[in-house]
Design a protein around this ligand. Structure first.
Ligand code: URA
Length: 234
């Protein structure tokens, strides 16, 4: 049976790869088998799923910056590949690094409440970060890390093509908008990120320390709800 070993190894790595894709939010893989001429295509085209899938596969076991050596899990992003709304945070924290999913800690629970208050479920939107790996001790992301990682975020956003992006906190807003303006000046109005309306607002971790600022965040997300037609009573 020794000649079967390479085939079994290939199957095992294929299975591990598919499980990793599933864990990062990919729900389906497009059918790549050419159909005979005239045959009905029974699987719908899923361009955005295909694109997210290939972006994840391009990332691989990423070691493009030093964070590859210190992370537990790469945190690609989670949610609906056809989401109308994407949330972008800073970088995975300890809980996210352990679980491989963005915004699962205390700040993440508050984000989930904000998403629900907007009339969405967590599964309907897409959630990701500027960086895909946790900086040790949650230190600020460094320029080479951003340089290596942001192109993948941009590709994800282009693949999803959402109607709006909400970016959470100073770091995400300043990085995406290429500015040093404080979040207090950036929030509350739409900016243009590669043709996508982007609303900066305070980070949920900041809200946990400053609950009085929830009023500002609610006003920011209400503007996004209006853009998405979610402000009408149902
Ligand atoms: N803070 C972030 O910016 N992102 C996460 O995924 C978790 C906490």
């Amino acid at each position: 049976m020794a000649e079967n070993t390479p085939a079994l190894e290939t199957l095992a790595s294929l299975r591990a790869y598919l499980e990793e894709l599933r864990d990062t939010g990919v729900e389906a893989i497009p059918l790549a088998v050419p159909l005979p001429a005239g045959a009905e295509r029974s699987v719908p085209e899923q361009a955005s799923v295909e694109s997210l899938c290939s972006i994840r596969s391009d990332l691989g076991e990423c070691g493009r910056c030093g964070l590859g050596a210190t992370r537990t899990n790469l945190v690609f992003g989670v949610g609906n590949p056809d989401a109308r709304l994407v949330f972008v945070g800073e970088a995975p924290g300890r809980d996210e690094d352990f679980q491989g999913e963005p915004f699962v800690g205390e700040a993440g629970q508050l984000l989930t409440k904000i998403i629900q208050a907007m009339g969405f479920s967590r599964e309907e939107v897409y959630i990701c970060n500027v960086l895909k790996c946790r900086p040790p001790q949650n230190r600020n992301p460094q320029p080479p890390e951003i340089e290596a990682c942001e192109p993948f975020l941009l590709r994800q956003l282009k693949a999803i093509s959402p109607e709006a992006v909400i970016c959470l906190g100073t770091f995400a807003a300043q990085t995406l908008l290429r500015t040093k303006e404080p979040i207090s000046r950036l929030r509350g109005k739409f900016h243009n990120y590669h043709g996508i309306p982007l609303m900066p607002t305070f980070h949920p971790a900041f809200l946990l320390r400053n609950p009085a600022m929830k009023r500002e965040v609610w006003s920011d997300v209400q503007q996004v709800m209006k853009l998405l037609g979610k402000d009408q009573a149902t």
